[in-house]
Design a protein around this ligand. Sequence first.
Ligand SMILES: Cc1ncc(COP(=O)(O)O)c(C=O)c1O
Length: 398
Amino acid sequence: MDADRRKEIIATQKPEIPWANEPMMGSYYGEEEFEAVRREMEACNHPHIGFDANGPTVQEFEERFAQWCGAPYALANNGAGTGLDLAVMALDLEPGDEVIVPAINFKAAALSVLGQGGTVVWCEVDERTFQADPEDVERRITDRTRAIYPVHMNGMAAPIDEYLEIAERNPHPRHGPLKVIGDAARSCGARLKGRRVGSWEWICVFSFHTMKNMTTLGEGGMVVTQDPEAHEKMRKIRGFGGDIWGTNYKLTNVQAAVGLVQLERIDEMLDRRRAVAAERDELLAGLEEITVPYCPEDRWHTYYLYTCLVPEAWAGEKRDRVREIMDEEYGISCVVANPPCYRSNEFLNQNTDHSDLPRSELLGKRLLCVPIHPLISTSDNEYIAAALWETVERVREE
Ligand SMILES: Cc1ncc(COP(=O)(O)O)c(C=O)c1O
């Protein structure tokens, strides 16, 4: 993008929505969602019916979601944080059991391991895809390892097929092949080798939190599994147990009604995200210091985030200078998602060994996520790209 064009765009195309970070509403609603809420509320507003979350709407949402992502069982719940707790509860960890978790991550997966008395063993990620590096995962397996716990980072599927092979090759002495649990909170709809995430893992967890690819009125999630026993156990825990401990992690039926409509809309919303990303890749082509998101041929990226890298020489200070100028001068805030998560969570910092993660430490200083959303127009996308060009050229000279 040449300098004259950039200046013209910046002078004339300032977006009405100040795109920032991970936008607070990751999906969008239309009349269909409003109608679904009204319909569900009217149907439940009766002394004999009420808003019982065990009713048919939640069940229909579970069945349709399971079918859509290609998993035999699905359990709707109130968020991915509790969904990850359910998954680790299904593992039945014993003290000293280890679970391998990528360090470049959101905090929830590691917290769910500590919450069940397990030990977090951090691993490095691939520096192009930001997914748990299979070689490093295998290197960190011991005879206490029970599970490999990758996040499908920032909208892309992790190479689950490779972790499954590693899990078979390195069985636990008593429990057999390691379990593979996926955190797909940011990657609803992502595909590996043509199959959606959720169809590969022992258990996979989705979020419908307000920022995510599809949303159910602020909070919500889904836990899918291939394993009928794990499904039954998690179902009991979600609804106050029975012969085992339980609590209440249920999704409301009004949320499920919205989820059913969002599920009809998700492919369209993901196509829009992908179109914004492809257009931006072109707009940024030639801007040397910015490595745009890389996607291997066997993946279908949902672009929950548009995750860029700055050069090693810009790690830390210069990267932060780019963020500062983008924010202060152009009104576009760029999030860092995520530095090693023990750096942003004191509990993880104190309760995990993070002494051997040089690659993650460096990546945490180079990541730069430029705002993306299915409703970003070509004009807004041009503004964001022009702002980044101008900013980078300025930081280059400083
Ligand atoms: C990767 C990842 N895992 C888990 C969560 C937790 O999701 P929820 O807000 O639905 O509990 C998030 C939320 O931001 C996330 O990004």
